[in-house]
Design a protein around this ligand. Sequence first.
Ligand code: SF4
Length: 330
Amino acid sequence: MNKIIEVKDLVKYFEISPAHSINKNYVKAVDGVSFDIFEGETLGLVGESGCGKSTIGRLILGLTKPTSGEIFLEGRNINSISKKELRKIRKDIQVVFQNPYSALDPKMTIEDILSEPLSIHKIVYKYDYSKEVKRLLELVGISSKDAKKFPHEFSGGQRQRICIARAIATRPKFIICDEPVSALDVSVQSQILNLLDDLQKELNVSYLFIAHSLNVIRHVSNRVAVMYLGKIVEMGTTEEIYNNPLHPYTKALFLSAPVLNPWSNKDREILSGEIPSPIFPPKGCSFHPRCKYATGICSEKKPFLQTIDGSHKISCHLYDISDKTKEVLT
Ligand code: SF4
């Protein structure tokens, strides 16, 4: 399988010190993240609010520059290419944002909204815009008769379908779906997830799917990465993560997820405590103040992401393996 996206040791620190201050403070939003995404697959990125998952999306989109690290699109480092080249490959990376209400210009018709990327990236000739808009609308389940309508004439679910149509208009290789269903009614969430799934099969596009809902991530992902305070703490296939979660944070996330009948499992653990400050993250394992398995080493030494079995990786001292075993496994 072709590697579409490769992220290597990505770091993003936001400086928050007052101007001219000698002591610099930084929000460590992303702190050494690496992953690959292959052709036609979905990598789900899950974690609590503020863990850095949306910042990763913005870094890949080029909306913010990394402090260090590299991002490759089909082998090309998108941080070191010229602006002209970057403009050319921008059509290959698209995004669907969380809020379809603010993502569409209320003064433009749907036809104009969808024609814009066709024109910017010269996808089809001008005289074919109407035909292409019709095709895109039909692909996302909106009647082509509605092309002359304005965004306010559609429901939230329909607007998200239009946002998806705009994202696929440039025939991208990769789409970042940043919480694309969390602003929608539960009744339409599964319709949008199914639409994204159908489009992936038809267009062979790859997704980075960012969400805080474990159920949503399970529904759409081939592989899953769990983030905590700017780092990936566990990564594997969806089966590996959902059938055999190993990291104490992943386990706590599962146990604190809402269930239909709250009395069905009264003993379930609730993830306690606040996420520590990303400005002054705890020494050692950043999860140690909230971890019931923490031992002395956890507040002293940082664990690193290491392969445990198959593609299952974990960053936790409970699973530290000897250097010899590590050589065999990696
Ligand atoms: Fe808990 Fe220690 Fe593992 Fe961190 S390294 S998750 S504190 S057991």
